[in-house]
Design a protein around this ligand. Structure first.
Ligand SMILES: [Zn+2]
Length: 271
């Protein structure tokens, strides 16, 4: 494919800097964009990005704050270091590979495996082999109490709307959890997600153009809706084919076209 065509096909993946102005999530997770994104540092106290070269470490300030909070909780409990996958592109929007959502800067992938050593190149390759699910059942070679605790910490965060995990993980939690189970409601089964879980925040207060997902149905989700995931119907299609290309709100066109403010001159901006 020639360069100009690539530019037309993937403008969101090619833009290298956030748009200026206030941070706003615009649209829905699979049809939207992010104005005024903030950057998550490649590493910080308690977290580490696994693939910084992908340049998908931008997010709404609410998402950056969530990562900081979760990393601090994990660190305080000596559970290891959070390993992070993708957040969003500098202006959110559709990605050319890997995700249908992650468009608003309110989604982040977090590995279920926690690091206890600095992540080397070999360690990173190994990370991609650590699956918590094996043939539809939990892989107890990899899964343990730290994974449950990590999901619980994330789900209890008030900014979190949903967490997507493999159905086998949800079923395991449904079967084994005792005591307070209210947080289980936010844990939602989805295709894949054997190595990482996907956190989606609720629309931040005041983000008037952010379209909320339908509320989670009542109950803990350990019911017939979960059982469906283990029927043949759930196998086709895998994952579901989304109808057509994303349809972005008109405001996203302006976010994409907006000029970046040079780093040292942000304070002079009159926007
Ligand atoms: Zn994800």
């Amino acid at each position: 494919m020639s360069a100009p065509k690539a530019l037309a096909a993937d403008p969101w993946g090619l833009v290298r800097s956030p748009s200026p102005g206030p941070s706003l999530a615009i649209g829905s997770p699979s049809d939207g964009c992010l104005a005024g994104a903030k950057t998550l540092a490649v590493r910080g106290p308690g977290w580490r990005e696994v693939y910084p070269a992908r340049h998908r470490f931008y997010g709404h300030p609410a998402l950056i704050a969530f990562v900081h909070r979760l990393a601090a909780e994990v660190r305080a409990r000596h559970m290891g270091t959070l390993l992070l996958g993708d957040l969003a592109q500098p202006r959110g929007g559709p990605m050319s590979s890997g995700h249908r959502s992650h468009q608003l800067g309110l989604d982040v992938d977090v590995y279920l495996h926690l690091a206890h050593h600095p992540l080397t190149v070999t360690g990173r390759a190994r990370l991609e082999t650590i699956s918590m699910v094996d043939g539809g059942a939990i892989n107890f070679q990899a899964w343990g109490r730290p994974q449950m605790r990590l999901l619980r910490l994330a789900a209890r965060d008030p900014a979190v709307g949903r967490i997507f995990v493999n159905p086998a993980i949800k079923r395991h939690l449904c079967r084994t959890l005792t005591g307070k189970r209210a947080w289980l409601r936010k844990i939602r089964p989805w295709w894949g997600h054997r190595r990482h879980f996907h956190v989606r925040l609720i629309c931040p207060h005041g983000d008037y153009a952010c379209v909320s997902q339908a509320p989670i149905p009542p109950g803990d989700g350990c019911d017939a809706t979960l059982a469906w995931w283990f029927t043949p119907a759930a196998k086709v299609p895998t994952p579901p084919v989304h109808a057509g290309p994303p349809v972005l709100p008109a405001a996203c066109g302006r976010v994409l076209a907006d000029r970046a403010v040079p780093a040292g001159r942000r304070s002079l901006s009159r926007r």
